[in-house]
Design a protein around this ligand. Structure first.
Ligand SMILES: [Zn+2]
Ligand SMILES: [Zn+2]
Length: 147
């Protein structure tokens, strides 16, 4: 949806610097051309601190607006570094490999970086183990075909 909005505004306002202002998150991190792929990266400590501050601010706001006649609204635990990622966008030219893009990259990863493309300079986290239940599918004999 944002991409469509971006396309529309790109047509109306052809100046490149204005396009990147419209949707800064959805352009290639390297060249600023419209992004076609993205992958996940861990937050740096500064990014995580900002994320946490925003969440705390949101909670404070909810407490402030809460009806004093009602029980205090409950919140889950605050986000932890281990569960936070941020999307990294790239255009077709600066995309990292498909296998690498399927993984979560370190907060220090500089991809897309022309020095390392189509790879990157971190060791991405290993992919989560495949749920054994999802591979234990037995098809009916007449579905397996052949022989
Ligand atoms: Zn690019
Ligand atoms: Zn990486």
């Amino acid at each position: 949806m944002e991409l469509n909005a971006m396309e529309a505004s790109a047509m109306a306002v052809p100046a490149p610097e204005q396009i990147s202002l419209v949707s800064a998150g959805l352009v290639c991190g390297l060249c600023g051309v419209r992004a076609v792929v993205h992958w996940q990266r861990r937050l740096t400590s500064a990014e995580f601190a900002a994320h946490l501050a925003l969440e705390e601010q949101r909670r404070d706001e909810r407490l402030r607006l809460a009806d004093p006649e009602q029980p205090v609204p409950g919140f889950g635990p605050l986000p932890r570094t281990a569960e936070c990622t941020t999307p990294v966008y790239a255009c077709a030219v600066h995309a990292i490999g498909l296998d690498a893009a399927a993984l979560i990259h370190q907060s220090t990863c500089t991809a897309p970086n022309p020095v390392h493309l189509p790879g990157c300079d971190c060791t991405p986290e290993p992919a989560p183990p495949v749920d054994p239940e999802s591979t234990r599918v037995v098809l009916p004999d007449h579905w397996t075909g052949g022989s």
